[in-house]
Design a protein around this ligand. Structure first.
Ligand SMILES: Cc1cc2nc3c(=O)[nH]c(=O)nc-3n(C[C@H](O)[C@H](O)[C@H](O)COP(=O)(O)OP(=O)(O)OC[C@H]3O[C@@H](n4cnc5c(N)ncnc54)[C@H](O)[C@@H]3O)c2cc1C
Length: 373
């Protein structure tokens, strides 16, 4: 007999983020993988970016959406940390509520101003509040997402107020000395690192190897500032009317979905837009403008719910920028399982029906807070 230790391949295992099986040591064979929800293992604890006291500051400013930051806002904070020296502190100013920890994005100091949420149009109050913080901290550089959701507007108001030529919009590359900005659609222009930087989406990798101190600080008091216009509020749009490229939540059907009506109902119930794989489109179940993938649309939803989709490489190309992928598939070995953060193994129709029933029950029992759109 050789002395090589044998490992029972049927021992319990977890799937690593790269899709490899990791045998769970210390657990007896025979238990097997519990089919159902498969989620990623916990990540390692990361070190602090710097232990030195801040002598100067970088400031990142962004609106939250229902207490969370989208990837674009996260990139602005991460950019402030990436460019920082050990003696530079990073302040994240969040306009709107914040229900998540953003120290992992490199934020050393976090200032949340809940009353300035993006749902209300209050540009004057925002400028006054941010100006108070600019006066207090005098940051060397200010980073913001260049978007249509209020940050791009606020950023330009600040630049105008400071009459600053020290500003760059649509920044697509940066280091400690220079920025490249998108100019005229496709051309690039280079400039020295300015004071105000409005970043294009996708400029920065938010998976940093370190964390910030994450201390919370009191927000400034905004007193006696009135707005010029009257805010008439937001008008809700039907998700089906929203272009897939702009949708934040997409429920997508593949060849494993046989009943189009069920997926439409599920999407309506969850407040999501509907997408599809090429096979589902080729079969005539969905119009061509719903196709997601290499020869269809590229989407960047926060949540992508792939139902009965195998996860072919051409499909995955279209969902590269989606933040959370949830899958339903009856095959635990389908490639989508490797891409998904959570996979439910089972029959698509059965699980969709169960989910619709559960959400409707929860709504009617007044648990709307938990399942609200
Ligand atoms: C040049 C080129 C460009 C392409 N462009 C695109 C593109 O833009 N978009 C795109 O999507 N594809 C594209 N494709 C096609 C791609 O390669 C795949 O064929 C396609 O994505 C497969 O679609 P699917 O996953 O829906 O179907 P399938 O591959 O048939 O997979 C169906 C999945 O559903 C699961 N399933 C079946 N029944 C059930 C059930 N009852 N309950 C739960 N799960 C079930 C199966 O386990 C399987 O994983 C392209 C291919 C080429 C060559």
């Amino acid at each position: 007999m050789s002395g090589v230790k044998r490992v029972d391949p049927r021992r319990p295992y977890r799937l690593s983020p790269s899709g490899l099986r990791r045998i769970v040591l210390g657990e007896s064979a025979g238990v097997g993988l519990q089919f159902g929800a498969i989620s990623r293992p916990h990540e390692k604890v990361k070190p602090r970016r710097t232990g030195e006291p801040a002598k100067r500051w970088h400031m990142a400013i962004a609106h939250s959406n229902r207490g969370r930051l989208d990837d674009h806002a996260r990139e602005a904070i991460a950019a402030a940390a990436i460019i920082a020296t050990p003696e530079t502190g990073v302040i994240a100013v969040i306009l709107g509520e914040l229900h998540e920890d953003i120290a992992a994005l490199g934020a050393d100091r976090i200032i949340v101003i809940p009353e300035l949420d993006a749902a209300r149009f209050q540009p004057r109050r925002e400028v006054v509040a941010v100006q108070m913080l600019l006066d207090e901290y005098r940051p060397e550089h200010v980073f913001m997402p260049d978007n249509m959701l209020g940050d791009g507007d606020l950023g330009r108001r600040l630049i105008a107020k400071h009459e600053s030529s020290q500003a760059a919009t649509q920044v697509v590359e940066l280091n400690r000395r220079h920025v490249s900005v998108r100019w005229n659609g496709t051309a690039l222009a280079n400039a020295a690192l300015p004071r105000f930087l409005l970043l294009a989406p996708g400029t920065v990798d938010i998976d940093l190897p370190y964390v910030g101190a994450g201390e919370k600080t009191q927000p400034p008091q905004i007193l006696g500032v009135s707005e010029v216009g009257r805010d008439l509020g937001h008008e809700p749009t039907e998700m089906s009317d929203i272009a897939l490229e702009e949708a934040d939540f997409i429920v997508s059907a593949g060849n494993g979905v046989h009943n189009v009506e069920t997926i439409d109902t599920l999407a309506r119930t969850l407040g999501a837009a509907v997408g599809a794989s090429r096979v589902a489109v080729d079969e005539g179940k969905f119009p061509r403008d719903k196709q997601i993938g290499a020869s269809g649309k590229t989407v960047s939803a926060t949540t992508y719910f792939a139902i009965g989709i195998s996860g072919a490489v051409q499909h995955l190309q279209g969902i590269k920028s989606c933040r959370h992928v949830i899958a339903i598939n009856r095959d635990a070995g389908a490639p989508i399982v490797k891409r998904a953060d959570l996979t439910v193994i089972g029959d698509a129709e059965e699980l969709m029906q169960a989910l619709i029933t559960r959400v409707e029950q929860a709504r009617s029992q007044g648990e709307a807070g938990e399942v609200e759109r």
